[in-house]
Write a protein that binds this ligand. Sequence first.
Ligand SMILES: *C/C=C(C)/C=C/C=C(C)/C=C/C1=C(C)CCCC1(C)C
Length: 244
Amino acid sequence: MNNLLLNIEVARIASDDYVGFTFFVGAMAMMAASAFFFLSLSSFDNKWRTSILVSGLITFIAAVHYWYMRDYWSGFAESPVFFRYVDWVLTVPLMCVEFYLILKVAGAKKSLMWRLIAWSVIMLVTGYFGEAVYREQAWFWGLLSGIAYFAIVYEIWFGAAKKLAVAAGGEILSAHKTLCWFVLVGWAIYPIGYMAGTPGWYEPIFGGLQLDVVYNLGDAVNKIGFGLVIYNLATIAMKKKATA
Ligand SMILES: *C/C=C(C)/C=C/C=C(C)/C=C/C1=C(C)CCCC1(C)C
């Protein structure tokens, strides 16, 4: 074979490298989901297009980060902590925007959106401090992050967002409920990854797991799942309109 070609550096993903493998599959899944959401845009009317577009942006931003994180891992065999959090700080607020967008029909105010965004940023910045800066106090920063997480859970399950969803009723209420479950159960995957990858009293419980594998699983479930809930809601609403 041509030597020039052989000199190109391509790291092989070992068959037991679950981190490398899930970065690879994650990048592909995020790209496929983005194509799906973007290409479906034309089958929705204006009322739904922004929501579908945001679903696509969430997976697209993740796809770009995954492409880089996949390289980073294969080059350094190190967690791409910083880019992980850059990805989250862009995509998680957009997921909060999705709640606002579907509840707008029931009169959701921008202040609800900003409140959810603020909690999500607090949740991520404190998580970053624990994971990257003050690792010895990871439990403390994780706790602060967890409080912000529960503020989001409270707001959507019992607070203003819940009331608006009930007022909207029908397919909006059921989509809201599904998204609430994603946040309560799907997002709870992340603190498990955090505890697997930072020092603390919880090490004997979660130490056997790999932080990046857990995060990659969480991202696939939540980013693509969230988008599909919105897609499903918009599809039902369009069908209803067509038969009305
Ligand atoms: C697409 C990315 C998503 C949905 C990321 C969500 C991330 C979280 C819900 C992270 C939560 C954390 C805690 C609740 C405590 C420990 C620190 C974090 C940041 C991992």
